[in-house]
Design a protein around this ligand. Structure first.
Ligand SMILES: [Zn+2]
Length: 361
């Protein structure tokens, strides 16, 4: 067993080295999402938009349709948003909390009316957004249905929202600090992915904050990292279906990313091929872990005990499959149960074989 542990350590060290060797800046794209903008724009928003325009870098500006005047009266539209380096997406309705946020848990018709009203305000300004970002990342299945009804193609929240509407695509925010984005670009990445950077105008309170943002734009240009709009994602070679979001939540992957292990980074939305690789790795690790834990000893007590264990395992498996929970803990539990059940089945077969009287040869 000691040998096995040493081999694992070698493998991890090896993987860390290959990470730094194969990390490339060309594997990265960046999508900057500026939330909490108002139709009329304010001094900070204008300055950020001008900065992106100066560096010819795409910026996605999230407008709250009724943000400035909460009495359902639209604001005046600031022409600064019409420059070619800014794309507008819709950020909620009034940015007000009803239950836990502005959308989730609210009846479908009300959600749909809110989305429609917000879209019409923008259409009147000749803006046709394709992406919707719910305030506080709060949305549910009704929000997704309403979004498809009003011709939205993409939802951008965080990585843990519901994802069971195949008609919509998902681009969660993954990076929340300009400094982190600069560091990732400088380091590069082994796997392809997008840095989805979320910023707000209110975070820019000093000259230093604007200088840091400018530094990011320079870093993006120097390293030839492609900056994109949400609308690019419909035509680029990026798979942004719910499958990608699902793989991102896989337990091992989530753990590695959250702890920045094996060259993975929590601030990158990785492409689906690298995620599938990690997914397979995760299954293998679980299998070895369960075998190591000598589950077969547990499952071969007596005939009846073994059957009870089998029934309990199978019931839990069905529950974990049908309860609709898809947080990474549930996925982990589900995978563990699948493997545990297979091992139990295997042990049953071995047990049956042993019980059979051996034929005389
Ligand atoms: Zn917001």
């Amino acid at each position: 067993m000691n040998l096995l542990i040493f081999r694992c350590i070698y493998l991890i060290i090896g993987l860390m080295f290959t990470n730094t060797m194969f990390a490339s800046k060309h594997n990265l794209r960046i999508l900057v999402r500026l939330d909490d903008c108002h139709l009329s724009g304010d001094a900070k928003t204008e300055r950020i938009i001008k900065l992106f325009a100066r560096y010819k870098t795409p910026l996605n500006a999230g407008i709250i349709p009724f943000g400035a005047h909460k009495n359902n009266q639209p604001d005046t539209f600031n022409p600064i948003y019409q420059n070619v380096y800014t794309e507008i997406f819709v950020h909620g309705y009034k940015h007000e909390k009803y239950k836990s946020d502005e959308f989730s848990g609210i009846p479908y018709l009300i959600q749909s009316e809110k989305i429609k009203a917000g879209t019409e305000i923008l259409k009147a300004c000749n803006v046709y957004p394709c992406c919707f970002a719910p305030p506080w990342n709060g949305y549910d299945e009704n929000t997704l249905t309403a979004l498809t009804k009003h011709n939205f193609l993409i939802v951008s929240a965080n990585e843990f929202g519901c994802k069971n509407n195949p008609k919509i695509k998902y681009v969660p925010s993954t990076c929340y600090s300009v400094r982190d984005a600069i560091n990732i670009i400088r380091k590069g990445s082994v796997f392809n992915g997008i840095i989805v950077l979320l910023i707000h105008p209110y975070e820019f309170n000093s000259e230093n904050d604007f200088q840091l943002l400018e530094k990011l734009l320079i870093t993006v240009q120097l390293n030839k990292v492609e900056a994109i709009y949400f609308s690019n994602l419909n035509s680029l070679d990026e798979n942004i279906t719910s499958k990608r979001l699902q793989y991102h939540r896989n337990p091992l992957f989530y753990f590695l990313r959250s702890n920045n292990l094996l060259g993975l980074n929590k601030n990158i939305y990785y492409e689906i091929a690298s995620l599938m690789f990690i997914n397979v790795l995760e299954w293998f690790m679980l299998i070895f872990l369960l075998i190591y834990l000598h589950l077969k000893i547990v499952f071969t007590f007596s005939h009846y005990q073994s059957i009870v264990v089998g029934i309990v395992l199978f019931s839990l498996l069905i529950i974990s499959y049908t309860n609709g929970q898809d947080s990474y803990r549930w996925i982990f539990l589900h995978k563990t149960l699948v493997i545990a059940f297979l091992i139990w089945l295997n042990n049953r077969l071995i047990l049956q074989k042993k019980l059979k009287p051996t034929q005389a040869t």
